[in-house]
Design a protein around this ligand. Structure first.
Ligand SMILES: Nc1ncnc2c1ncn2[C@@H]1O[C@H](COP(=O)(O)OP(=O)(O)OP(=O)(O)O)[C@@H](O)[C@H]1O
Ligand SMILES: [Mg+2]
Length: 233
């Protein structure tokens, strides 16, 4: 579904990604793990058209998407739930959900909003509340729901558990498992490598802008270097 070939990218003169290749099959959950600063978010931004790549190619469902605008990429069926949630703080919960559907031109937005409120009951209680006044966990749920409102075929998550209490982290994990069960393909960057490897069918380990290891979630959980560096045992 998503094919990334030898991608190079960076900021100004500084190259951060030094030839990254990976792929995501339809209905898979693929995780990227790696230390801070390895380039995980940079790669996600390249996929979503937020920063340009300097070499290589990104193909989605057989068509090149590198070079397209972020808006055009959302319309192709890719949505990102960004690092740090980034809900629109001055807007209400409902308005945030409506914003998530702004690239759509069909009549089913209202029923999708209902579906999101069923999936996240806490949002229904707070539908008119300003998003900036929600708790961190509630903002994460809103960010996930807003991303789903575009009906993505590939949903990309950047550190959804960051800064959340353990109980909420568990809720996020359960939510991602449900989204996967609904048939959405997932690319997940997650600081909690244990959670990422539990959820994912396959994973890639990133180091300094390159992929150094790959395997199934189970293989990597049992890999000595991975368990030592990222799982703490
Ligand atoms: N807007 C930017 N301008 C310049 N350099 C940047 C910018 N964003 C990121 N970088 C640099 O690119 C490198 C990779 O950053 P990136 O955010 O992709 O890492 P990451 O793997 O997502 O890390 P983390 O786990 O901390 O989120 C870092 O050295 C970072 O300082
Ligand atoms: Mg990051």
């Amino acid at each position: 579904m998503l094919q990334i070939e030898q991608v190079h990218a960076g900021y100004g003169k500084v190259e951060v990604l030094h030839g990254v290749s990976l792929h995501v099959n339809a209905s898979e959950c693929v995780a990227l793990v790696g230390a801070n600063g390895a380039g995980k978010s940079t790669l996600l931004k390249c996929i979503c058209g937020l920063i340009p790549i300097t070499a290589g190619s990104i193909t989605f469902e057989g068509q090149r998407i590198n070079g397209l605008s972020g808006h055009a990429i959302v319309r192709r069926g890719i949505t990102m739930c960004p690092e740090g949630r980034q809900v629109f703080p001055e807007m209400s919960v409902l308005e945030n959900l409506e914003m998530g559907a702004h690239t759509r031109h069909d009549a089913e937005q209202a029923s999708d909003i209902e579906q999101m409120l069923d999936l996240f009951p806490v949002l229904r209680q707070r539908i008119r509340q300003q998003a900036g006044t929600l708790s961190g966990g509630e903002q994460e749920m809103l960010a996930i729901a807003r991303a789903l409102m575009s009906r993505p075929r590939l949903c990309i998550f950047d550190e959804p558990s960051l800064g959340l209490a353990p109980k909420i982290v568990q809720e996020v994990e359960e939510t991602l498992a449900r989204i996967k069960a609904m048939g959405t393909t997932i690319l997940l960057v997650e600081q909690s490598a244990a959670m990422a490897l539990r959820l994912s069918d396959r994973a890639y380990v990133f180091e300094a802008g390159e992929i150094v290891l790959q395997g199934t979630g189970a293989e990597l959980q049992n890999h000595p270097e991975v368990s030592k560096a990222y799982l703490g045992y």
